[in-house]
Design a binder for this molecule. Structure first.
Ligand SMILES: [Zn+2]
Length: 322
């Protein structure tokens, strides 16, 4: 049986159980640490916040969380480890790089003037999957890649190609970030063109579009899709996400859909209060929204327990090789 790297070591893919395929325990946009009023990092505090945030979802049966924070967005593997120990939830850590516009491409773009950064990215991904992340002893269990709005930049193309090669070498799956319902088809085409296994690719944030033509074009590549931003109504309404989900299930795609929230339990940087209208649009954004609200609501339209089980248990298991 395929083994999956988690924050606390390798487990069988069959032991993943109900899985949220794209979440974050912590996230910091590059530059947060240049803010003089940035809250100092306090691991114990953050462990507490994460455990509290996961508590409700745990009551609904949540067993595994994929922490999709890549190398350049403030990833804290020691936090994943401590939260997993405290909660008993498996946490799968990522290796990978975010999109050029909001990640940290400067170092690689500088080196790229003279050196082969695609090869260097591949080395990083391979090291973090097979040796470990820093000195944590934690091995990455998933590769996270991302592209910007409406195009894949030359930098992002190198990240995706390095990821495809690392996936081919290790069997570790790739999950992606797409921006505002764009570039899903191009991501899948590029990754598969580099011989990544479509069964081990999940094109993410597809629920930021309800264009079924776009969904079917991505699905025609044989990859899975993540409807993985439930609750972020500031970006796209849940009603359209639900309509898309119900429609795709009705025409037979239950084996290719995974669910999540892209929730962020802690932001690195200066504390901030969201304006009231934004708060209202994020009222349901949590690790439990899918279990508590979305599943019961779509079940009223005829979605079955078997389909739900596929999306939360079987499909993640298969993505990870089980
Ligand atoms: Zn994310």
């Amino acid at each position: 049986m395929a083994k999956v790297n988690t924050a606390l070591g390798a487990i069988d893919a069959t032991d993943l159980g109900p899985t949220l395929i794209h979440e974050h325990l912590v996230l910091g946009y590059p530059g947060y640490d240049a803010d003089a009023l940035c809250t100092p990092y306090n691991k114990d505090e953050l462990v507490k916040t994460c455990a509290e945030a996961l508590d409700e979802a745990k009551k609904y049966g949540l067993k595994t969380v994929v922490d999709a924070t890549p190398n350049d967005l403030g990833r804290r593997v020691e936090l994943d480890k401590a939260v997993s120990e405290k909660t008993g939830i498996n946490i799968i850590c990522s290796t990978g790089m975010y999109m050029e516009a909001e990640g940290q491409p400067a170092y690689l773009k500088f080196r790229g003037q003279l050196l082969d950064i695609q090869a260097e990215l591949y080395d990083t991904f391979m090291h973090e999957i097979t040796v470990g992340i820093g000195k944590s002893g934690v091995k990455a269990g998933v590769i996270k890649v991302a592209t910007g709005h409406g195009c894949i930049s030359p930098y992002e193309e190198k990240v995706l190609k390095a990821a495809a090669k690392a996936q081919k070498a290790t069997g570790v799956p790739i999950i992606t970030h797409t921006q505002s319902g764009t570039m899903g088809v191009e991501q899948a085409t590029l990754l598969i063109g580099e011989e990544a296994d479509p069964k081990k690719i999940m094109i993410g944030h597809m629920c930021c579009s309800s264009n079924l033509e776009y969904h079917l074009a991505v699905l025609s590549k044989g990859v899975s899709i993540g409807l993985d931003r439930f609750g972020i109504e500031f970006l796209y309404p849940d009603n359209l996400r639900k309509a898309t989900l119900v429609g795709l299930l009705a025409i037979g795609y239950a084996d290719y859909i995974m669910l999540s929230h892209d929730h962020i339990a802690n932001w690195l940087g200066r504390p901030f209060e969201l304006p009231d209208f934004v708060q209202a649009m994020l009222a349901n954004w949590s690790y439990s929204h899918v279990f508590k609200n979305i599943i019961p609501e779509v079940k009223k339209t005829g979605v079955t327990e078997e389909q739900v089980n596929k999306m939360l248990v079987n499909n993640p298991k298969r993505l990870f090789g089980g």
